[in-house]
Design a protein around this ligand. Sequence first.
Ligand code: NAI
Length: 337
Amino acid sequence: MYKISLITGDGIGPEISDSAVSVLNTINEKYDLKFEITKLLAGDKTLEVTGKALPDETINIIKDSDTCLKAPVGESAADVIVVLRRMLDLYANIRPAKSYPHMPALRDDIDMVIVRENTEDLYRGQEFRVGDSAVALRVISKAASKRIAKYAFETAMQRDSMRKVTCVHKSNVMRVTDGLFAQSCTDVSKDYPDITFEQMYVDACAMNLIRQPEQFDVIVTTNLFGDILSDESSQVVGGLGMAPAANIGDNFALFEPVHGAAFDIAGQDIANPSSFLLSIKMMFDWLGAKHNDSKCIKVGVKLESTIFDLVKSGVKTKDIGGDVSTTEFTKQITDNL
Ligand code: NAI
């Protein structure tokens, strides 16, 4: 029995959380893989009601669970997810982008993963006013840079792909901070002679993600650049509605869609739940590896193929060119699992 804590979030968060719970309940029944799901409060609405975007009780239940699923929250994202990543030392943010048949991808041979450092950089939120100016501290450490570089090279070793790591930074301008990040990645690359190592400035990377996305395998980068580039890479393969993410530490992991609360489509039953369901697939991979549980891995593979088979058959939500509602899409997934 796995204990899963679930932050249902804001905007489309509750809708895609309902979808996630339906799918997990179906897996419970059909595959005899048992979960105990505890729904938790965090985000804008929680802030309004309790005065805190991330209540202590939510933190305690997450810490007591085997893993956490998090639907997007709204304007309080920095007080929820950024805090959880640092508090739980979830240092690796993993964002895959792969083209699948019948998805509106730029090309059909894209298969990359962005490995984003998740605990430092400008996202530490160390900002302050000095008179009429505003100052932000950009913290980059050798330890965190080497740790994420190692994670990226290990990821490249495990992938059935071109075995390449691209270190993305802007060290020609931010010579000290990105200089340290680039040097740390270069140092780690020496331990992986079988993996091709290259470096790219972030502006060139933003362009190349559109010009030649198939050239990327594993991208390793700092927190802010990784956040921006992964929204771009998800659009390159078909859109935010299909983009999952994992926040991984040595002892715990949290899974969430790449996208935000999508207030513009909230409450209309048109959100694509695939981003969250594919995040659950990543959760199964992680649980399976951690607990040596092959059933978890198999169920994850089944969930992923069920989603893409459905899309291939033309059952799609509006964001990827279809007209099926969130509820109907979810029903078809649970029927087909
Ligand atoms: P967004 O990612 O919520 O939406 C961008 C666009 O993508 C919108 O047009 C939206 O309708 C569409 N979209 C996103 N997910 C979709 C889905 N599953 N199905 C169909 N269409 C989808 O970005 P935005 O509008 O900049 O942010 C909205 C709120 O989300 C903000 O308050 C922001 O702070 C928060 N946010 C929270 C995050 C988190 O909880 N990790 C991450 C990013 C933003």
